[in-house]
Design a protein around this ligand. Sequence first.
Ligand code: ATR
Length: 273
Amino acid sequence: MTDRYAVIGNPIQHSKSPLIHTAFGSATGQDIEYGKIEGAIGEFAATADAFRAAGGKGMNITAPFKLDAFAYSTDRSPAAELAGAANAIKFDGDRVCAENFDGVGLVRDVVHNLKRPLRGKRILLLGAGGAARGALLPFLAERPAELVIANRSLDKALMLASIGSEHGAVTGCTYQDLIAQKFDIVFNATSASLRGELPPVHAMVFLPGALAYELAYGKGLTPFLRLAQNAGVAHLADGVGMLAEQAAEAFAWWRGVRPDTREVINRLTVPLV
Ligand code: ATR
């Protein structure tokens, strides 16, 4: 029998998750159907209940329901606990298991697809919101020489750094504090690119051979990537690989088989121009 999954968000029409999971299903021979649900704000639980009652096996969750999905769950992974947010849930009898694969998906894209190990490197993470929070422990698990979190509001950067400090070398600071510091990889985890804005990072933060990684995807050359390019950075990436890898993690969690992501990444890549 065909097993049903869906992504829920609002808005949802531009979600790539149905395309990705349908491709994974075909490639792995798994009999699944994957749809999209535009959830009504404030009604996550009722919508998830209805999907479950109709035989749904699991869901991906996107904005603005990641916190609601976390609250709805009965069992939470450490990654979901840390983020306080779920991007995937699985129904198991009475239980609702919550996961958050954004951070592991990001690390897998950087280390495996882009072949840029984080171990021993100087890493700069711009932003201290939900996206940065998801990346925190997966980054530290790779044992970078140092992880610096820069944010406009210093208190949020310091709070994330204190959460991470048991797990590795991590500090929080403002953008002004970055003067005279340089990094091997700079991640833009702010939401600035969604509005075509540039976080106030200076162009000297990139070490020779650095990688500039934009967590947003499908936006071409964002202001952050343009800053990096103008500074002479040759290695630029957006979050298309992260999107595909977090999806593959969820698929493997639901189905017990990990799909290859290459074809999906090639299909969804938007040139960085
Ligand atoms: P998300 O879950 O997508 O990370 P969020 O929790 O609203 O979204 O966090 C947004 C992040 O982007 C924050 O770190 C925010 O910085 P502040 O905490 O100082 O507000 C950051 N951000 C948004 N717009 C920005 C901009 N134009 N320049 C720099 N940082 C920006």
